[in-house]
Each structure stands twice: as C-alpha cells, then as structure tokens.
Ligand binder design. Structure first.
Ligand code: C2E
Ligand code: CA
Ligand code: CA
Length: 786
C-alpha cells in the first residue's frame, strides 16, 4: 500500500504529482477531526443504547487513533516547511516515509471502524446498533476517496479493510438476504475504485496544468528580465501589471518601489524625483505616454535629462489594457544628431555652413531691434591657392582651421561666423548702434587676421580681402546682402590685397555690366571682332619711330569702346585670355612684316599665358606664318606674372628669348617691384611705368625717383623705355637722363591703325636703326628690344 500507481521515479512532473499527493494526505485536519467526532458520537450512542460495558471501549479507541493521526498531521506540517528547501532526492525519501506513516495510521483507523461495525452487528445486534455501525462504515468510504485518490490500490485495500467486517458479520448471519447484501458490496467497491480513479486523473491534470503554468511563467519572467527592451504591461485601468528590469532601469525606478498596481503617472513621479524628465516637458511627456497607451502602434521619442533617448511604443492588448515598450535609442539618436550636424556645419572648421549660417543671420536680424544696424562681411584669404600650393593642402586646411579658431575667439560672441567653402568666410554682426564706427570695426577685423599663423613647424603670413555691407536690421535681406558683400569683396580684390571695402550702389551696376560683358567678350574673341591698334615707340634722342606696341581694342555695338583695362581682367578670369593673346600676336606679326625692317612690334602677355607650355609655340607659329624675323617681336610681361610661378616663368621665358624674341618687363615700378627679379629674369628691357613721368615737370613726382630707377636698370645692363610721355617738357627731362633710349606716349601718338604706323615709319626713315637692331637672330642677350 505504499506506492503510487505511477512510479514517482519518473519525470519531474511525476515527482511533483507524488509530492502533491503526499501533501494532500495531511492537508485537511478539520475534516478528519469532524469525521472522528462523529464516529466517537455514534460509538457513545451504541454504548449507551446497548448498555454493554464492553462497547464502552470504542469511543476510546476512536479517540486514540484520531490522536495518533492528528499527531502525524501536526508533525508533517512542521516538517513540510523545511522539506521545501530539501533537494529532490531527500524530499522524495522524506515524502515516502510520511506516506508509510499515513498508511499505518489511517489503516489502524479503518480497521477500528470496521471492527466497531463487526462488534455492533455481532454482539449488540439491536436495530440502532446495526444502522449506526453501518452508517459509520459507509461514511468512512468517501473520505477514502477524498484522501487516497493518489493510489488506486491503497484506496482499494482501505475500502476492503473497512468493508470486510460488516461483510463477515452478514455472512455469519447465514440467511439468503445477508448473502445477497454481501454480494452487493462488490460493485460498491468497484464504484469507489472508479471514483478514486476519476478524482486522481482530475487532480493529476490540475497539478500538471499548474506546473506547466509555473514553467511558462518562469520562462516568461526570464525572457522579460533579460529583454533588451523595457516592457510595461498595463491593465484596462492603465495600472501596471508587469514591469521588467530594463524598464525600471531606463526610468530609474528603484527596486524597492512596488510598481505593480500603480498608474504610469505615479511611476513617473519617481522619474521626476530623479529629474529624469525635463521639468518643462513633464506635462507633455505625460500626455505623450498617455496617448500611446490608448492608441495602437504609435511611437514617440523622448530625451531624458540624463541624455538617454528613449523610444516609447504602445500596443493595445486584445483583452484590454496595453503594453508599453521602451527602447534605448541613444546611439541611433546620436548618429542622427551627427548627421544633422554634418548637414549644418563645415567639417573642416566646425563653423556653421552656408545654409545654417543663413538661417542664423536671418534669425538674428529678425530678433534684433529693426532700427539697430547689422553687417554682413564676406572675405577670403589672399592668394590662398599659392599658399596651398606652396605648403600643401593639409597645411592649407590647418591654416583655414587656425583662421576659424581666431575668428571664434575674437568674434564668436558678437557674430555668426561661417565658412562657405574653400577659403571663403562670412560673418554676420548684429545689434550695432546707429552711430557705429564701421571703419574701426573693419580695420580691427583685418588686423586680427592679417598675421603669421603657425602651421606645424612653419609660420605662414597671410592677408585677407573683405567686402562689407551695412544696413538696418529691419531691412536685412540675406540674398541681397550676400551679393552686396561679394561685390564689395570683388572690389577689394581689384584694389589689391589685405583691404576692405564697403558696398556701394554702383558696385551693383558694375557687377551687372561685368556679367553682361563676360558673355559678349567670349563671343567677340570667338568671332575675331576684336581689333589691334599700334602705339608708336620712338627713339628718345631723335624722335624717329622704331617700333610700336600692339594694343587690343574692342568696339562693342551697344557699349561703344570698352577699355582693355576692363575686359582683359575679365578674359583672364574666364580663362580665355590666351585665345586673345594668340589673335593679337598673329595680327601684330602679320602687320609688322609689312612695315620697314627697323620697326619692331611689342605684344602684351598675360600671366595666365605662362601657366601652360603652349605660349612659346603660339609665338613661333605666328612668326613663321607671318614670315617675321623673331628679333622684330618683343613680348611684354608684368611682375604679377612672375610672382605667381617664378621657376616655370623663367624657364619658359628663357626658351622664348633663345628664339630671338625680345623680352620687356612692363609697368616697372608699380606692383611688387622686387628688384631681385631684374637679376633672375631673362630680360632685355624694362618699361618704366607712366606714373614716374606724370607730374614730373611740375615737381609733383620727384625727378630723383625716375633717375634712381633708370640708374638701377642701366647698371644691370637693361635697356629702358619710358611710357606715358605726353608733353615736350616731359620728353626733355627724359632725354636729360641720357640712359633712356626709347619713349612712348601720346606725345608721339595714341594707338593707331597698322597703316598709320607704316606711313609714319616710311616718312621717318631709319637712319640709325642699326644701333637698336639685333646683332644676330637667336642669340640670347643680344636680341633687339622694343
Ligand atoms: P600697357 O601695356 O601699359 O599699355 C599702355 C597703356 O597706356 C595703353 O592703354 C595706352 O593707350 C596707354 N597710354 C599710352 N600712352 C599714354 C600716355 O601718354 N598717357 C596715358 N595716360 N596713357 C597712355 P590701353 O590701351 O588702355 O591698355 C591698357 C592696358 O591693357 C595695357 O597697359 C595692357 O596692360 C592691357 N592690354 C592692352 N592690350 C592688351 C593685349 O592685347 N593683351 C594683354 N594681355 N593686355 C593688353
Ligand atoms: Ca604694355
Ligand atoms: Ca605699360
């Protein structure tokens, strides 16, 4: 009677069912006590009714067996708490031990009931005794079903042990009715058995169900605890049913706070206590989350004060209530912020880029008092390309960063600063009073940036050109202001380096004209509508024509004569100057070939012409086509051409000069005038700029200057032409120096058509032309000069 129908050594579930069964044996002490009380009561009644002293022992026997069983129940109850913490094997052994004890005690109790029935039937035999004892027996049977369902065999044995005594007594009666009654006991045993089986299977499946539920719950719990997302489940009243560890962590809800059963707003009080939600957002945060709890599939991202970005998403539960998922999206948010910053800031200098700067300038202007003044300044680094080429691009970048740093340091507080691209910067300064001193500000900015920047091991000296536009904040228009600042900057560039200019209305007109001329110029050069005029160059001593300078002319059908001073820089800017140079050289050599042999022609070359190798070839081709000896051609170069690329320039000039073409340095005395060029360049002649002659006779220009410069050139073995001689007295002074062999200027004529030169040259034959003619063609250093 000690074993379950199914082995307790089976799987985990079987063991659990077995333990559960043993537990159930000792569970209901109240029903046991009640049953025993009834038994004692009936035994007392039989004793009193029969008047037999021997029957007086039965209440005592029932009491004793009950005490024994009660004692077991109490002991079991005491041990079971400790048993819960036993390992499975020990617990199983312990349970088996208790099962045995139970069988013993309940077996005794069953035996007592059976014996009592037998005694009542056999020895008392009164009507009352028979009824009372049989009801005791049959009342015991349901308790067997209720308690011993765990083991069908045990239940069968107990049933038999109780019923055997009344059955015996009936058999002993010997009559037919008693025999039939005993036979009826058999199906009764079967009935008890089947009830036991039914109860058992119900209990087993209930236990299994409970175990499964516990297991699912445990798994669910494990998954929930280890989820990377925070999960909060709410019931239909929006109270927390489940909250996982991650959610607590994200919302910083301490462990000791019991979240279950509370509403989200109560939970958020903790979050607010830890200042997790920006206080000005607390209300809206609450609203956002509340709305997530009632709508399906919506998301909201909220940045907590600790810098953590949390994405909240709500889902409705089909059975009512909702689930809130919290995801830490800080990494994603940061990446997005970086992307946004990249779109708003220049990665090299970390200054705002054009778009961001524009927005900032507009915002500032909008917020400022409309009557206050604001400035927009465009500027760039002078000759940045040259700096970049000489120190390398990486260092060039470092220079731009250094400039940005300095700007931020000195102007970061009062201005919005941007790098628009390349070496172009822009600044917006606002909230300036109406009587603001713009000169002082512009000078200050210029001086702040005009300096040597330490770039790695080197120090790089740079200057900047600035264009400034100025006006009332109320009138600020970003687009217009940017154009104005650019125009002013363009103006500064034309004036030289390291200067600033304020935008003026006519800059706009000039800009428009330039744009217009650019379009027309390209066409004119392409179609060959530009012409060439020749300005006579005469011998200083005699006044005889010995050469001329080819000057390009553009007569525009609408704009009339456009000065080369205006369109040559445009052609340079547009990169089409060499086309123009080529056409002038071709025309000039062709015309010169028709003139008397002693007349030379000078052609102006642009610095751009020397940036590529082709210029030598252009000259050569023109000379060959025209059939003009090389020594009748002189090319004029300016110092700017030399500065931009000295080494290549010297190389290219040397090769040109070797062919017999003369080289003259034009506009000498203006611009950079580094005297060292005179040594290094392969020159034949210098042309002293007309500014040394203008005002010389009135004393406005000191004569000493002209003398100094001619002495210097003469000392270096260079021949000298003086330009811009307009009056006879100027000519007299020039002649007086004795070192100037040729002169040019309006005194001898402006730029004239080729035929006029031919006529002049024939009118004044070359008496002394040999003095100026080259000794031999293609001998460097001895070529003729203009
Ligand atoms: P430049 O090479 O110095 O040419 C001399 C300029 O001085 C010419 O101006 C000429 O007309 C002007 N000039 C001559 N004598 C006098 C005088 O006595 N007084 C005054 N005040 N001016 C005098 P233009 O023709 O307007 O040319 C201006 C500049 O444009 C030239 O200066 C030259 O640099 C450039 N240029 C002209 N034609 C060409 C060309 O075909 N190619 C290139 N690259 N530049 C050219
Ligand atoms: Ca010239
Ligand atoms: Ca000149």
């Amino acid at each position: 009677m000690t074993r379950l129908d199914r082995s307790p050594h089976g799987d985990e579930a079987e063991i659990d069912i077995y333990l559960n069964f043993v537990d159930s044996l000792f569970a209901d002490r109240r029903s046991m006590l009640m049953g025993v009380t009834l038994q004692i009561g009936i035994a007392l009644c039989v004793y009193i009714e029969s008047g037999m002293t021997s029957m007086g022992v039965w209440p005592g026997i029932f009491l004793l067996t009950a005490a024994y069983r009660y004692f077991h129940i109490v002991c079991y109850g005491r041990q079971s708490a400790a048993a819960a913490s036993m390992d499975r094997e020990t617990r199983l052994a312990w349970a088996k031990d208790w099962e045995r004890r139970y069988i013993l005690s309940s077996g005794l109790a069953g035996l007592a009931v059976g014996m009592f029935a037998w005694f009542s039937l056999e020895f008392v035999g009164t009507e009352f005794a028979i009824i009372a004892s049989l009801s005791t027996v049959f009342a015991a049977l349901p308790t067997i079903v209720g308690r011993l369902y765990g083991s069908v065999r045990l239940a069968a044995l107990m049933t038999v042990s109780v019923l055997i005594w009344p059955a015996l007594s009936l058999l002993m009666a010997g009559n037919l009715a008693s025999m039939i009654a005993v036979l009826l006991f058999l199906p009764y045993v079967g009935l008890v058995m089947s009830m036991v089986r039914r109860v058992r299977s119900t209990v087993v499946s209930a236990v299994r169900g409970r175990l499964e539920k516990t297991e699912i719950a445990e798994r669910f719990n494990l998954a929930l605890t280890n989820m990377s997302h925070g999960v909060i489940m709410f019931d239909r009243h929006q109270r927390v049913v489940v909250i996982n560890r991650r959610a607590r962590l994200i919302l910083q809800i301490p462990h000791h706070v019991n979240a279950e059963g509370r509403s989200f707003s109560v939970l958020m009080r903790y979050a607010r206590r830890f200042n997790l939600v920006p206080s000005d957002h607390a209300g809206s945060f609450q609203d956002v989350v509340s709305s997530l709890l009632v709508t399906d599939g919506r998301k909201a991202e909220i940045r907590l004060t600790n810098g953590v970005h949390v994405e909240f998403s709500g889902t409705q539960r089909p059975e009512g209530g909702s689930v809130l998922i919290l995801e830490d999206v800080t990494e994603r948010a940061r990446a997005q912020e970086r992307i946004k910053a990249m779109a708003r800031f220049d990665s090299l200098t970390e200054l705002p880029n054009r778009t961001h700067f524009g927005e900032e300038a507009v915002r500032r202007a909008d917020e400022a008092d409309p009557e206050s003044r604001c400035l927009l300044i465009a500027f760039d680094v002078d000759d940045f390309k040259r700096v970049n080429d000489s120190i390398g691009h990486a260092q060039g970048d470092a220079l731009l960063r250094a400039i940005a740093r300095r700007l931020r340091r000195d102007y970061g507080d009062c201005a919005a600063i941007s790098r628009l691209g390349g070496d172009e910067f822009m600044m917006f300064v606002d909230r300036l009073p109406a009587d603001f001193e713009i000169d002082a500000f512009a000078d200050g900015l210029r001086d702040c940036l005009r300096r040597s920047f330490r770039i790695g091991p080197e120090k790089v000296f740079v200057t900047q050109s600035f264009g400034i536009t100025y006006g009332k904040a109320g009138d600020f228009d970003l687009k217009r202001a940017m154009v104005e600042a650019d125009l002013a900057l363009y103006h500064s560039k034309a004036m030289g380096k390291g200067v600033w200019s304020l935008f003026e209305r006519d800059m706009n007109d000039r800009y428009l004209r330039r744009q217009l001329l650019k379009g027309e110029l390209a066409k004119a050069i392409e179609l060959g509508t530009l012409s060439v005029r020749y300005q006579p160059i005469v011998e200083a001593a005699t006044g005889r024509i010995v050469g001329c300078e080819a000057l390009s002319r553009w007569h525009h059908p609408e704009h009339g004569n456009v000065s080369p001073a205006e369109y040559i820089p445009l052609a340079e800017e547009m990169g089409i100057i060499t086309k123009l140079t080529e056409s002038v050289i071709r025309t000039a050599t062709r015309e010169c070939a028709r003139w008397p042999d002693h007349v030379t022609v000078s052609v102006n070359l642009s610095s751009i012409d020397f940036q590529r190798d082709g210029i030598g070839q252009i000259i050569q081709n023109a000379l060959e086509t025209a059939g003009l000896p090389a020594n009748r051609l002189i090319v004029e170069i300016t110092e700017t051409a030399v500065i931009s690329n000295e080494a290549d320039m010297i190389d290219r000039l040397t090769r040109i000069r070797r062919t017999g073409v003369g080289i003259a340095l034009d506009d000498f005395g203006t611009g950079y005038s580094s005297l060292s060029y005179l040594h290094r360049l392969p020159l034949d002649r210098v042309k002293i700029d007309r500014s040394f002659v203008a005002g010389i006779e009135t004393g406005d220009t000191p004569l000493a200057l002209l003398h100094g410069i001619t002495d210097l050139c003469h000392g270096l073995g260079l021949k000298i032409t003086v330009e811009g001689v307009e009056t006879a007295s100027q000519l007299a002074i020039v002649r007086g120096s004795g070192k100037i062999d040729k002169v040019q200027g309006y005194l001898f004529g402006p730029a004239l058509p080729a035929t006029a030169i031919a006529e002049m040259a024939t009118r004044m034959p070359a008496e002394n032309a040999a003095a100026d003619a080259p000794a031999a063609v293609a001998q460097p250093g001895t070529a003729a000069t203009g």
